[in-house]
Design a protein around this ligand. Structure first.
Ligand SMILES: NC(=O)c1ccc[n+]([C@@H]2O[C@H](COP(=O)([O-])OP(=O)(O)OC[C@H]3O[C@@H](n4cnc5c(N)ncnc54)[C@H](O)[C@@H]3O)[C@@H](O)[C@H]2O)c1
Length: 316
């Protein structure tokens, strides 16, 4: 049966690629992109687009009714580094947008929701290595607090109101089509741009800060996979741990030097170092593997070669 899908926050780093992938799979006219701003040319020219503020429940409801939407991907949020600067704005956006879609599903106006969480739900007291699915969390950032609260609400709406909401704790995401939107792992995208443009990069994290990361294609694959899985197979209704690779800035610099031998890196940690220090360095994603067959394709080496190849092409 034909279904109409709404992406909220479609013009961001993940939303752009998610929208294009869903349009390819389900047909351009069936995937409605929305955001508070316009996106890149490819996105804007490939299918329906609506300006929508995710915190405006009436506007959201109108769009749901107009397009007969049955699935929502809620990608709008304020990310970790920006949220530390605007705590209340971050809380309002991250929580109210989620309540708006959860309530629509509670009222049976949509059938299924995807809402992303993050490794930011973990905090300084969490075991750092192979962080388990269920463990001490205690996030210490505004963003992490909003994501953990969001997870609790997702599980609550599933249990109380039978809302089919599915979620993944994305690690830091690396991509070349869209720039990242104000997170603590943004260095792992900026470094490739600077390597090609200037041959050098001044990193805002220390050289030995190990963080969990993932190439965008894997993140999109996981998102589609969890949304297509049988509802009975989705045993975790808060959010699933998800992993692909872990590395430190020094490692990624070395992998770039394999392709650009003269590349140099310097380190000048700023306020984002404290955020990174509170997060895990690696993630145990065995539940996602067991429940819906998750497996990553990209490691650091093929992420680096894919990033450099594509960025070289678009910068030429
Ligand atoms: N990128 C990552 O590394 C990463 C990691 C973990 C989790 N996530 C989560 O994935 C989701 C998407 O992240 P992203 O990296 O694409 O973020 P992004 O900042 O690149 O994109 C967010 C989009 O939301 C839009 N937006 C902001 N306020 C809005 C509003 N009021 N109404 C509608 N749209 C609004 C922005 O214009 C932007 O296009 C977020 O929930 C984020 O927390 C991202």
């Amino acid at each position: 049966m034909e279904k109409y899908i709404l992406i909220i926050g479609a013009c961001g780093q993940i939303g752009t690629e998610l929208t294009m992938t869903l349009r390819k799979k389900y047909g351009n006219d069936y995937v409605i992109a929305s955001d508070i701003r316009e996106g890149n040319e490819t996105l804007m020219n490939s299918g329906p687009f609506e300006i929508l503020d995710a915190t405006d429940s009436n506007a959201l409801e109108e769009i749901i009714a107009y397009y007969k939407i049955s699935e929502i991907y809620l990608m709008a949020a304020m990310l970790s580094a920006t949220a530390e600067k605007f705590p209340m704005r971050a809380w309002n956006l991250n929580m109210n947008s989620l309540f708006n879609v959860l309530n629509l599903a509670k009222e049976k106006k949509v059938d299924k929701i995807f809402w992303p969480s993050s490794i930011a739900v973990f905090g300084p007291n969490t075991p750092k290595e192979a962080t388990p699915q269920n463990t001490i969390m205690e996030p210490s950032t505004v963003y992490g607090i909003s994501k953990q609260s969001g997870e609790r609400w997702c599980e609550y709406y599933f249990k109380k109101f039978d809302v089919d909401v599915r979620s993944i704790r994305y690690p830091g995401l690396i991509s070349w089509k869209t720039m990242p939107g104000g997170g603590t792992t943004d260095y792992a995208v900026e470094i490739y741009h600077k390597a090609l443009e200037e041959g050098t990069y001044n990193c805002f994290l220390k050289k030995d800060t190990v963080l969990p990361m993932m190439y965008m294609d894997d993140a999109i694959k996981a998102t589609l996979q969890i949304m297509e899985a049988d509802a009975d197979d989705i045993k975790v209704r808060s959010s699933y741990n998800l992993a692909a690779m872990s590395f430190k800035p020094e490692d990624i610099a070395k992998s770039i030097q394999q392709h650009i031998p003269d590349f140099t890196i310097t380190y000048e940690p700023d306020f984002r170092q404290a955020i990174a220090d509170s997060w895990p360095s690696s993630i145990d994603d065995s539940d996602a593997r067991a429940d819906w067959g998750w497996k990553a394709d990209f490691d650091m080496e093929n992420t680096t070669s894919t990033m450099l190849k594509n960025l070289k092409m678009i910068k030429a």
